[in-house]
Design a protein around this ligand. Sequence first.
Ligand code: ZN
Length: 427
Amino acid sequence: MLHRAVSLWLARTGRTRLDYNAAAVAATVSSPDGSTLVRARSLIRVMTRVVIRAGSRSGKYVAKRALRLAGRTAKLADTGARHAARTVARRIVVAARRADKLRPDLHYVTDLVHYHHADELRTCPACQSPRLTLLAPMPLNGRPRGRRFGFVTGCRRCGLLFANPLPTPEHLHAFYTPEGEWGAAREQEPARTKSSAGPYVRELFAPAGQWIDVERPNPGAVVFEFGCGDGELLDALQGFGWATCGLDPGDKRAFLRHRELTEIPGEPVFDVAIVHHVLEHVGTPLTILQALHRALKPGGLVLVSVPRVDTLHRHRDFRYCINPRTHIVAYTRDCMATLFALAGFDAIDGSPAPDAPGDEWFVLRRLRMIGRKTGAPAAAPAHPLRAARRAIAAYHAEQPGGDAWRVPLPVRTRAALADLQRSRRVS
Ligand SMILES: [Zn+2]
């Protein structure tokens, strides 16, 4: 809305691009109702500190001016914030024109507020909601051009966290083919002689004990695994008497023993579906869950296991939860319950309690959920993103080093600073 107001004002007064940058700062400094003024002033102050720390004399000059102007804007807010915004804009422009060398600093200051990535998504890749929140900057390694930082973005509708920007579909496709990086790494793994996954499979399905006895399937019962890898889970299920099939574009080792499918069937043919450490690799988890819902018989179960974010502040393994290359989306229990509800499943939390005895690595890092195809799925949590926000805030509160992390700056500003630091280090 501020941008729109500023654009309208620019169009009406025939101002230039430089004025736009100045006006953008001004508009951020002063909003029509004056309510964000306090926040804007503290932002300007933080920006001042940042510019001074960056060690640029001209930057100091701009920052000092901005600080003084912010003070004046505050006084003017009573008489009309729009007028104040114009005054601030005009003065910053005058300051910038006075010394040409100040222009980069002016851009730098505006960049701190308006930093964005060219490929940034504006809607949730799962549920398409535009209600997004930036949660943290994210380094984008291995991208030679453009911004070096994107964001961990959260969806307020479904609670999904995603790397923003996501890798392109072409990149993902190339990565997960047998010839790609992922497939090639799998080829190198030694062949397994026999499956030892029986006890693990039993444990995975134990929370759904009232609907399924995984060791004694009904005659002809079919289990499908989406992303079955070398087929270890399917081997165990086959041993229990299940008819087994799977799908995996990057790894063909399982299909010596199990039927290969090239897509999820459109009609209800499966009793159980498994998606074991796959949904963190895809940008479209809801589409996959919806397809599995169509492919399951009534009462059928889907078992999902993924890295979990709600316990991030305890396990502190950020890159395992989310990174820009492989684990490109991340989940909390509330998020998965919401996605299950959107896909038509009733959700059963199958994770061990975070305080349960056992292997702490697994207990803290992994989320297990079972969805049941019922006529009427349960209601989704009211605030699906809340747990993720809390966990990330708690994680950063205890993060050692890096002043930029400790100052309560907006996420865009933090990303801009990190980007700047990185580009200075590189150049
Ligand atoms: Zn969403």
